[in-house]
Write a protein that binds this ligand. Structure first.
Ligand code: AMP
Length: 118
């Protein structure tokens, strides 16, 4: 089910470059290659997980906490706390998930607009 050749797995292995923001034992964060806001980052777990429910069911408590801490650390580094930001985790077909490795989008640096475009 998990394809080890997806683009984020390749970034984790160092096969493809990324603009790194931070790295910990259980997460890597980097700038999105096609930013949808002034600030657009991705935070990914270092383990191979497809989506949020795979991660919730199969990741260890250390991995889960480490991933959440990575999101927090990245938000701090990007200086987004004061004016806010949006977290998005697209999942599956209806969620239009393109990269099949769990990732949290962090969007900020400007007003992100309505939650869902009509
Ligand atoms: P999603 O639709 O939630 O799967 O979003 C995938 C995201 O990954 C998009 O915002 C892409 O711009 C981003 N992306 C794809 N390839 C790369 C890459 N090589 N480096 C950084 N971000 C990427």
């Amino acid at each position: 089910m998990y394809d080890t050749n997806n683009i984020f797995a390749r970034i984790l292995r160092g096969e493809i470059p990324c603009k790194k923001i931070a790295r910990g034992d259980y997460f890597l964060s980097f700038n999105d290659i096609n930013p949808k806001a002034n600030v657009h980052a991705q935070v990914i777990p270092t383990g191979h997980y497809l989506n949020a429910h795979d991660f919730a069911q199969n990741a260890s408590p250390e991995e889960q906490v480490g991933f959440l801490q990575g999101i927090n650390e990245t938000i701090n580094i990007l200086n987004l706390k004061e004016n806010g930001y949006r977290l998005i985790m697209n999942t599956g077909i209806n969620g239009r998930q393109e990269v099949q490795h769990l990732h949290m989008h962090i969007l900020g640096g400007n007003d992100i607009g309505p939650m869902i475009a009509k």
